[in-house]
Design a protein around this ligand. Structure first.
Ligand code: KE4
Length: 430
């Protein structure tokens, strides 16, 4: 597949944008090669600047659950734009999408819109700290909650430790309040509560992890976190930026049957425009300014175009809940198709899958946390990524990401994907 124009555009971009991209994962650092520049997208397809058509399995990292340029969303944005793009004043539209979101997800009375998943998670942690009057939080190695300081904390030596910053600019002062544990391991979490009685405000967790590949919670893990939070009067924060409005109408809370105290959203909620949000029972949300003392604000929060896009997206999902099962079935057929081909070829692999999220790992060990996710053979992964790209299939450019299927994918697209995979395997250099 030709990439001349992408290469030229990447060179110009690098002169004026750090790394040539506005978000690092787009730069292909984990897989090498030149990032693909997109001209446009429609349905399940991306059209790059070199005239290549690609079947899209990242769906803009989640938002495009109904496929690109979904007509009702486009129409809603076009119509709304004619009335202006931002006012800095309240609109009825914000109440309409808030009412629908609160009706669709369990266990929340109120929701506050922000402009990204990072902002949603950052604000949810501040609210949890303000509400509980405690300072520490527990997060899990390999879970990603956006780039605010409290979350850019990597496990130090050993599995459980005080976090050490994994990005310059994050201070020790911040790191000391973030305690780390391993996904799918309750004992480590319990130890933290024992060692820091009445100091832990919240656990923040991806209820289905999607930032170390896709890692579903093992039976009892989410239920165990719920129980530990109840025992120690800490809040359970579900980071549903990926899973919200993707796994089910009610997201992971509905799909797993576990309720959280604070839930963050993004991606699908904005229909592809910049939206994040956090929600909880009124008892918690009423601590937020201007009602309560916990401050949080945003010039473009509740932006009318973004709300129009999100409302069109949520309305369609709310009226057509069969989308969720249909997507899970498509994901299952891809996973089973790949599995049969990999077994035939005798290549060690793991395929993790939950709903319309999945990932392929080249390792014979079950991938259940960050440590085991890191055991994947990255040379194989790079060859797989580029082999599929050259055959017209766009996958996440890192083994530490999840696929996000969209409802525009047809049976023909799935057959095409599996034939491309088979062709790559046949021609794969060992
Ligand atoms: P944003 O600030 O990127 O909107 O959301 C941060 C975030 C929070 N929580 C979860 C569970 C997330 O997955 C994300 C962002 N996801 C990444 C994909 N792994 C966004 C892609 C990117 O960084 O460009």
């Amino acid at each position: 597949m030709r990439y001349q124009r992408s290469s030229a555009l990447f060179k110009s971009a690098q002169r004026v944008i750090p790394g040539g991209v506005n978000s690092p994962v787009r730069a292909f650092k984990a897989v090498g090669g030149t990032p693909v520049f997109v001209e446009k997208a429609k349905g399940a397809y991306l059209y790059d600047v070199d005239g290549n058509t690609l079947i899209d399995y990242i769906s803009s990292w989640g938002p495009m659950i109904l496929g690109h340029a979904f007509e009702p969303v486009i129409e809603a944005v076009k119509l709304r734009a004619e009335s202006g793009t931002s006012y800095g004043m309240p609109t009825e539209l914000e109440t309409q999408i808030a009412e629908l979101a609160v009706q669709m997800v369990p266990n929340v009375d109120k929701i506050r819109m922000v402009n990204s998943g990072t902002e949603a998670c950052m604000s949810a942690v501040r609210l949890a700290r303000g509400y509980t009057q405690r300072e520490k939080i527990i997060k899990f190695a390999g879970c990603y909650h956006g780039h605010s300081d409290a979350f850019l904390i990597q496990a130090g030596s050993g599995a459980v430790t005080f976090g050490a910053p994994n990005s310059p600019g994050v201070t020790q002062g911040t790191a000391k309040d973030t305690l780390l544990a391993e996904y799918n391991d309750l004992e480590l979490v319990s130890n933290h509560f024992e060692q820091h009685p009445e100091q832990i405000a919240a656990i923040i967790v991806e209820p289905v992890a999607g930032n170390m590949g896709c890692i579903p919670p093992q039976d009892g893990f989410m239920q165990g976190l719920r129980k530990l939070c109840d025992q120690h009067q800490a809040l359970l924060i579900f980071d549903e930026v990926m899973t919200g409005f993707r796994l089910a109408k009610g997201g992971a809370q509905e799909s797993l049957g576990v309720t959280a105290d604070l839930i963050t959203y993004g991606k699908v909620l904005g229909g592809g425009l910049p939206v994040g949000a956090f929600a909880a029972k009124a008892e918690i949300m009423n601590h937020l300014a201007p009602e309560g003392p916990v401050y949080q604000a945003g010039t473009l929060s509740g932006n009318p175009l973004a709300m129009a896009a999100g409302l069109a997206m949520l309305t369609h999902l709310n009226e057509n809940p069969e989308v969720f099962d249909r997507l899970a079935k498509k994901t299952k057929s891809i996973a089973l198709g790949m599995k049969n081909l990999l077994v035939k070829k005798g290549i060690p692999y793991q395929i993790n899958r939950y709903g319309s999220m999945m990932s392929l790992h080249f390792t014979d060990q079950a991938v259940v946390d960050f440590k085991t996710a890191a055991l994947g053979n990255n040379e194989n992964f790079k060859a797989y990524f580029h082999g599929m790209l050259d055959r017209g299939v766009y996958l996440p450019p890192s083994a530490f990401e999840s696929y996000f299927l969209n409802d525009a994918l047809s049976e023909k697209d799935i057959d095409f994907t599996l034939s491309a995979f088979e062709d790559w395997l046949i021609n794969k250099k060992s």
